[in-house]
Ligand binder design. Structure first.
Ligand code: BGP
Length: 461
């Protein structure tokens, strides 16, 4: 146990989930399918559309969140539960589910932090071109207007798009998207415009809360002290990180990003007025997800692209490719573990943008196992989170304004592409990739530990 300075008493100690990864009930009470519901099921695994059935365990789960000591709960709303076709007729049963959830959270003194879009585009919109189609911007505004009108009286923290950068850079893995650079950065442009329009709509609606983006930000390190690798890291940070935060905060594209994608042959489909749209809709705060830093080296145009997933595999021929950092340990799923990188990432974001920060994801996956006496001993996760909280404290001592921390995930749920076996929760769910399990909830060792962290204002790690 390390005795150090306490976090502010109003610090939002929370935890995170997303609708498609936790709710289940994918076709219940009028909900329309999302792109996640129509994906191919990974070989040898179950149909994950029931997730961990939070939809039918909502009150039980909120009671567990209360017992966990949460001050906040970061959740997402399923667009196609509100608008089954993505636009048009409202599904009142969907509204009721989130109304009840928000009221249940508030009745238990838990602040809802709501992501409006978390990888689950309505299938009906995807069939009309999804984010390739500029009309999706209008649909997104219509959807968000409903959320602000129906829940804006009680919800004070809104996040626009979860990990837009990961969708753009790793779309095929995360939601099954296809297409090359032109497709990716066309979709990105439309999402940036949609985000800006919705942030302006929110501000012009004079709702009593705040709104911001929620990218996955990881500082990219140079793989050596060679000047070309330092340049490669600067380019990787521009493409992976600042390309998304500059538009959200400054209302304009990042110049180095524009130069890089021009050399990749991409034409951003700018239309008259797009620059003004970006300028008129900017963030009140920055939410971001951090799992680990990245390390890159220069790569010539004939270079091989890095393989791997969204935490290990970024690369652009002619610029950089990600490599493994030999100085870091890894999780059992191959993701690097870099708590000090969390401090440097927080400092870098705050230094560039100067806005209040809230961490909306940070966590470690493991093959957690339920013992015969109903325990789950997840000490590696306790160490990962404790080390990252300590580094977050040090970043705050460095001057960064951080107002909340929401580890991924409040409760076990489905991975973007590795099923239920890849567990992150403080709460274990007895459900398995082979379809066995009764959805029973169990408190892991990290549950009592995190409750102690919260009760001690972050002193007891
Ligand atoms: C982030 C997503 C989360 C969650 C997390 C863990 O990219 O925002 O939704 O999926 O990563 O990743 P995975 O589920 O692939 O282990």
């Amino acid at each position: 146990m390390t005795e150090t300075t306490a976090f502010p008493q109003d610090f939002l100690w929370g935890a995170s989930t997303s609708a498609y990864q936790v709710e289940g009930a994918w076709n219940v009470d009028g909900k329309g399918p999302s792109v996640q519901d129509i994906r191919d099921v990974p070989a040898g695994t179950i149909d994950f559309r029931d997730a961990v059935d939070h939809y039918h365990h909502m009150k039980e789960d909120v009671q567990l969140f209360k017992e966990l000591g949460l001050k906040a709960y970061r959740l997402s709303i399923a667009w196609s539960r509100i608008l089954p076709e993505g636009t048009g007729e409202i599904n009142e049963a969907g509204i009721k589910f989130y109304d009840d959830l928000i009221n249940e959270l508030l009745a238990n003194d838990i602040e809802p932090v709501i992501t409006v879009f978390h990888f689950d585009l309505p299938a009906a919109l995807n069939e009309k071109g999804g984010w390739q189609n500029r009309e999706t911007i209008t649909a997104f505004r219509e959807y968000c207007h409903i959320l602000f009108e129906r829940f804006g009286d009680r919800v004070k923290y809104w996040l626009t798009i979860n990990e837009q950068n990961m969708m753009v850079l790793f779309g095929s893995m995360i939601w099954g998207g296809e297409g090359g650079y032109q497709t990716a950065f066309t979709e990105n442009h439309h999402m940036l415009l949609a985000q800006a329009e919705v942030m302006r709509d929110y501000h012009e609606g004079h709702y009593p809360g705040k709104i911001g983006p929620a990218p996955n930000i990881a500082l990219m390190y140079p793989g050596s002290d060679k000047p070309e690798d330092v340049l490669a890291a600067q380019q990787a940070n521009a493409l992976r990180n600042w390309a998304f935060l500059d538009p959200a905060v400054y209302g304009r594209y990042n110049a180095q990003f524009l130069a890089i994608i021009k050399q990749l042959g991409v034409e951003i489909p700018f239309e008259d007025g797009d620059g003004e749209i970006l300028r008129n809709g900017t963030a009140d705060f920055i939410a971001f997800n951090y799992y680990n830093s990245g390390t890159v080296v220069a790569m010539d145009s004939q270079g091989e692209l890095a393989s791997g997933d969204q935490q290990t595999g970024i690369g652009f021929p002619g610029f950089f490719k990600q490599i493994d950092n030999a100085n870091l340990d890894h999780t059992k799923f191959g993701w690097e573990i870099d708590p000090i990188g969390f401090r440097t990432t927080i400092n870098e974001i705050y230094s560039r943008y100067g806005l209040p920060l809230i961490i909306t994801e940070n966590g470690m996956a493991d093959y957690d196992e339920l013992t015969a006496d109903g325990k789950i001993h997840d000490q590696p996760r306790i160490k990962y989170l404790g080390d990252h909280i300590e580094q977050m404290r040090l970043a705050m001592a460095d001057g960064a304004e951080v107002f909340g921390y929401n580890p991924w995930s409040a409760i076990d749920l489905i991975s973007t592409h590795e099923g239920l076996k890849k567990r992150y929760g403080f709460i274990y769910v007895n459900r398995h990739d082979d379809g066995s399990g009764n959805y029973e909830r169990y408190k892991k060792d990290s549950f009592a530990w995190y409750r102690g962290v919260i009760d001690s204002d972050g002193v007891q790690l």
